[in-house]
Design a protein around this ligand. Structure first.
Ligand code: HEC
Length: 164
């Protein structure tokens, strides 16, 4: 019996050694994945703001032309961008303030559902004010958002075409 135990000893050492090697290999892999993750590109707060600016502008022209399908699309793009900021910029203190633009966005959504151009206009004004209220709160008051006058997107038609 004792002999049997002794003959099993090398096997035990071997499997311990094997396990150590596996753990080391796994650790190396985790380390390299963590480095890759840390170096992965993610848009900054200012990049997301540029996206908000684009959809804020397009939303206005869609509303002006009473192109409610496009307006609805633009509101969703704004909401998605807000969710992306909350997801990818969760450690920025400013992110907690983002929710202040949700009530005016809800109001714009209601205007779109009702096809109510007057409500659209007042809600859009509130949205623009909310953008600026936040900029003031985060000491970015020099970034002033306005209701656009001319579309900078000369390659997009905001009018209703072929819609039933
Ligand atoms: C959380 C509060 C907050 C809200 C709400 C907010 N912003 Fe900003 N905005 C910021 C911050 C913070 C910056 C500076 C970003 C940076 O650090 O680069 C900024 C910067 C900007 C800039 C300058 C970026 C550039 O490249 O010129 C624009 C344009 C902008 N915001 C548009 C908007 C629009 C349009 C809205 C409303 C639909 C809005 N923002 C709502 C916080 C906010």
């Amino acid at each position: 019996m004792r002999q049997l135990y002794l003959s099993l000893l090398p096997l035990l050492f071997f499997s311990c050694h094997q396990q150590n090697t596996n753990t080391k290999a796994l650790q190396t892999r985790i380390d390299s994945l963590e480095t890759k993750l840390a170096e992965t590109y993610k848009p900054g707060f200012g990049d997301f703001m540029g996206i908000l600016q684009t959809h804020h502008s397009k939303l206005w022209f869609a509303g002006q032309y009473e192109n409610w399908k496009l307006a609805d699309f633009e509101v969703h793009e704004l909401m998605e961008t807000i969710q992306d900021i909350q997801k990818f910029q969760s450690d920025r203190t400013e992110t907690a303030l983002l929710s202040m633009i949700i009530p005016p966005l809800d109001s714009i959504s209601a205007a779109i559902q009702q096809k109510n151009a007057a409500l659209f206009k007042t809600s859009y004004t509130s949205l623009t004010q909310a953008c600026n209220t936040c900029h003031q709160a985060v000491e970015m008051e020099f970034n002033v958002v306005t209701i656009p006058e001319i579309s900078p997107f000369t390659n997009q038609d905001f009018q209703v075409i072929n819609q039933k």
